[in-house]
Design a protein around this ligand. Structure first.
Ligand SMILES: Nc1ncnc2c1ncn2[C@@H]1O[C@H](COP(=O)(O)OP(=O)(O)OP(=O)(O)O)[C@@H](O)[C@H]1O
Ligand SMILES: [Mg+2]
Length: 844
């Protein structure tokens, strides 16, 4: 049997004969010539190249001021000092940019693996080709769920509605149809469609007029691909950066003030203050986040999960509830026909014939139900031609085609029995036609309900003879004769029950939102190991307030017969209750919900607009990989938190002690170049955090971002570190009678050791001896501490002003470091409790 694609090969019904005349489209050779002339159909976006990254890093005003101050001090005589500062700053910029760049490229390459396609006529045949291969003059076919791939002029359209809010701000879909006399060229032109909009209903054939950069709204379209609003995680990072910057500004001002009051050399004081600010700024934070998330993305890709926006990984880890469509997500979606029946449930070849005619000529949606009918039913559509189509919409839940053969002209409808039966006034019984009276309706209802109880999906088939008309619309679907039913088996995806259980035990309950009927929904959910409880239908949601809906949604496992709009309302209602909502879906009808959810998850074979609305794509629609992805998200989250805890505890404490030191000591507690070196080594030790192991306990529940938690940690643990620094000061001055050089060296080593080693305590919520760090982390921390200890005995000692230290210092160092780590371990529990998900407070 023919596939739906090639069946539609024939000329489409046309309004002016144009489509017919040009339906040959371009030849491959001509398309290649045009591509050479007009270029590929893609938008070059301002790159995230390595130069852009370096530029972004240099834009940090602190770095700029620091280099300027160093240059000034160089001009005034301290050339060596100036050079050291410049070299360290540059090294750290380069390290930062290259690591971030590599990860970003890795993540981008993964995204490119999913090529957006368009249906185009080449060499007289409709075929799916990558969108980037389109050229002006190509004929394209558009149907519900497609993104418009280029600017084009409509040649033919059926109930064709596009959403072009991004171009015009008008959020309601507008109808488009071929218009020869329309002089308008903008989005308001009736006969034109533009890149940056999408098809919400109907079908059309159009001729491409402009591609790539030549399109009218290329810029807008490129922006659509970026995710505009900040995710919860990104908002958190921003708040955190704000907190740090305020602290930095205060400390720098304080140091400068002290310098002025105590008549310290102004340039040296300024350099000291700036070095301090650099030491305190988590300048590696964006890099660490990118690297961590990109690592997560690469690991997820190995499990065939593609992340379209890096930040979504973190949200994936914070997800507190997952809403899912049924077909193609819980079930395999490769539906097969179970049988074709007449109205009273006897096997029927006639129903099969009508179903095939309907499915063969349907172009508006690419549905697995149609594919199954064409594959599994023995009937053929030969000799019939199509006059018109009334496309599917998800409120009406049915679609029709008008076909003719010889003098016969039929409208054939198929759709949900709940919506087809009311449009019927007669019913076929054997070769007779009988009135569709209440007893017969009741019998029919029992027939399809019995199929539903067994988990079979059911479509009703109805028909009626029609007169010739220019157009047919949904109002023609009335007074039909019910022919019977087609039942489909839609087997469960393997491993679903296990995955549902695993998700639930890791804190993510699953709720099913389906347009299918309650019986099938209940059956499928039971099979999937989900207790359906009371199944709520879309009908009950009408007129319900958001609060009431939220309450109901929190208690309900399964919603059936819901429209796309109701799916969206459920997402919003749960979000308003403070849930982090994940939505898994693959259809046009899921696009609004995918967009609205905190994490939109779709599958690779989904409709364009569903895919484009999603943050995460599963290359195999499989809940098991989704569960694995959630754990990756939590892992990435935990590792980013380690970096933040590090930066806000010991590092913060050290820099604070520096201020106190500047106040009480007769000399600077550490030279500016030493502070920068210290900070550089410290950053270096942390570059391996993204690959660290995460405790199983931390993967067990949703992880939520919390600035108050970080602040608590900062003011709780920071001072402990400062206390130790002051102790070091005391020991160095009073016991070891340190000179300025010995003091600088001693404190350099002590602060480097404590602020890097503390990672082993901070990286786990439990006992550090029970939680194994990853090898690279151990290696980098040990290496950095070793370098710090060895520095005074190397040729670099002279450059930085380090001197060898007496053995007594090292004895002190060991005791101090060990007791410090112990103290942090004891205190951390009080400050590390990760916030439980908020349940009631609405999120913005
Ligand atoms: N190609 C089609 N022809 C006729 N009716 C259709 C077609 N596709 C869907 N329908 C009807 O519309 C209803 C809702 O569509 P669909 O099943 O895609 O919704 P959904 O919310 O995505 O549910 P699911 O969980 O099954 O994916 C179907 O149950 C069916 O009755
Ligand atoms: Mg669906």
């Amino acid at each position: 049997m023919d596939s739906p694609t090639s069946l539609a090969d024939g000329p489409l019904p046309t309004s002016g004969g144009r489509a017919e005349a040009s339906c040959a489209g371009l030849s491959e050779a001509e398309a290649a010539r045009r591509r050479a002339r007009y270029g590929a159909n893609e938008l070059r976006r301002g790159g995230s190249g390595i130069l852009a990254l370096v530029a972004a890093a240099l834009a940090n005003p602190l770095v700029a001021i620091l280099i300027a101050a160093a240059a000034t001090s160089g001009v005034l005589g301290d050339v060596l000092g100036a050079m050291i500062i410049a070299v360290i700053v540059l090294l750290s910029l380069v390290l930062n940019a290259t690591l971030g760049f590599r990860s970003q490229r890795a993540a981008e390459r993964l995204r490119e693996e999913i090529t957006p396609m368009a249906t185009v006529c080449r060499d007289g045949r409709w075929q799916d080709r990558p969108r980037r291969e389109l050229v002006p003059g190509d004929l394209i076919r558009l149907s519900a769920g497609d993104r418009i791939p280029a600017d084009a002029r409509l040649l033919d359209a059926r109930d064709f509605h596009v959403q072009q809010a991004a171009l015009t701000g008008e959020s309601l879909p507008v109808e488009k149809e071929p218009a020869s006399a329309d002089a308008r060229t903008g989005p308001e032109a009736k006969g034109r469609v533009f890149l940056g909009s999408s098809v919400v209903a109907g079908t059309a054939v159009a001729e491409v007029e402009a591609t790539g950069a030549a399109t009218a709204f290329g810029e807008v379209a490129a922006r659509l691909d970026e995710r505009p609003p900040l995710t919860e995680f990104e908002r958190g990072l921003k708040d955190f950066a704000g907190l740090i910057m305020r602290t930095v500004v205060m400390l720098v001002l304080l140091v400068l003030l002290v310098g002025v009051v105590l008549h310290r050399p102004p340039l040296e004081t300024l350099l000291f203050a700036l070095a301090l600010a650099v030491g305190l700024t988590p300048e590696f934070m964006p890099m660490i986040t990118t690297v961590t998330l990109a690592r997560g993305a690469v690991r997820m890709a190995r499990r065939r999960v593609i992340v379209r926006h890096l930040a979504a990984i973190e949200d994936f880890g914070s997800m507190t509830v997952l809403l899912s469509d049924k077909t193609g997500t819980l079930t395999r979606g490769d539906t097969a026909v179970d049988g074709t029946w007449d109205a009273s449930g006897r096997s029927s070849a006639r129903t099969s014939q009508l179903a095939v005619l309907n499915a063969a000529f349907e172009t508006g949606t690419r549905s697995p139900l149609d594919a199954a009918i064409l594959r599994d039913c023995a009937a053929s559509s030969e000799g019939w031609s199509k006059l018109d189509e009334i496309p599917l919409d998800f409120e009406r839940r049915r679609m029709s085609v008008v076909v003719q053969r010889g003098g016969e002209r039929w409208l054939i409808a198929k759709g949900a029995p709940e919506s087809v039966l009311p449009a019927c006034s007669q019913c076929e019984s054997g070769d007779d036609m009988v009135p569709f009276d209440p007893p017969r309706r009741a019998e029919c209802q029992r027939t399809y309900e019995a199929m539903g109880e067994r988990g079979l999906r059911v479509l009703a088939i109805a028909w009626r003879p029609v007169e010739t008309q220019a157009r047919y619309t949904a109002s023609d679907e009335a007074g039909m004769a019910l022919a019977g039913f087609v039942s489909f088996v839609d087997p469960l995806m393997p491993g679903v029950a296990k995955a549902v259980h695993a998700l639930a035990s890791d804190g993510i309950p699953l709720k099913v939102l389906t347009g299918d009927n309650p019986r099938v929904a209940r059956y499928t959910c039971e099979q999937a190991g989900l207790d359906p409880g009371r199944v709520v239908t879309g009908e009950e949601l009408r007129g319900m307030s958001e609060t009431a809906l939220g309450l109901l949604a929190a208690r309900t496992q399964v919603f059936a017969l819901v429209t796309p709009e109701q799916k969206y309302r459920i997402v919003m209602a749960l979000k308003a209750r403070g849930e982090v909502v994940g939505f898994l879906g693959d259809g046009v009808n899921d696009a609004p919900s995918l967009h609205a959810a905190d994490v939109g998850i779709s599958v690779a074979h989904a409709a364009d607009i569903a895919r484009d609305s999603a943050d995460i794509l599963l290359r195999e629609g499989n809940l098991e990989v989704l569960h694995a992805g959630v754990l990756e998200g939590r892992r990435a989250f935990a590792n980013v938190m380690k970096y933040l805890f590090m930066g806000t505890s010991s590092n913060f404490g050290n820099m604070f002690s520096m201020v106190v030191g500047a106040l009480v000591l007769p000399f600077l507690p550490m030279l500016p170049a030493q502070i920068l070196l210290n900070n550089f080594l410290y950053d270096l030790a942390q570059t391996t955090i993204p690959s660290d192991n995460v405790d199983a306990a931390q993967l067990r529940g949703p992880q939520r971002w919390s600035v108050p938690l970080i602040r608590r940690f900062m003011v709780g643990i920071g001072p402990v570190s400062s206390l130790y620094d002051l102790l070091t000061f005391y020991v160095l001055i009073h016991w070891l009678h340190a000179t300025a050089e010995t003091f600088h060296t001693g404190w350099f080593i002590e602060s480097l050791a404590t602020q890097t080693l503390v990672v082993f305590v901070i990286r786990t919520h439990g006992n550090p001896l029970r939680s194994r760090p990853a090898v690279p982390l151990v290696a980098s921390v040990v290496a950095v501490v070793a370098v710090g200890l060895a520095l005074p005995w190397t040729p670099l000692a002279g450059v930085f002003g380090f001197v060898p230290l007496p053995p007594a210092f090292f004895a002190f160092l060991v005791i101090a470091a060990c007791s410090y780590l112990l103290l942090v371990q004891v205190l951390k529990r009080r400050f590390m409790q990760v916030a439980r998900p908020r349940r009631v407070k609405p999120r913005p």
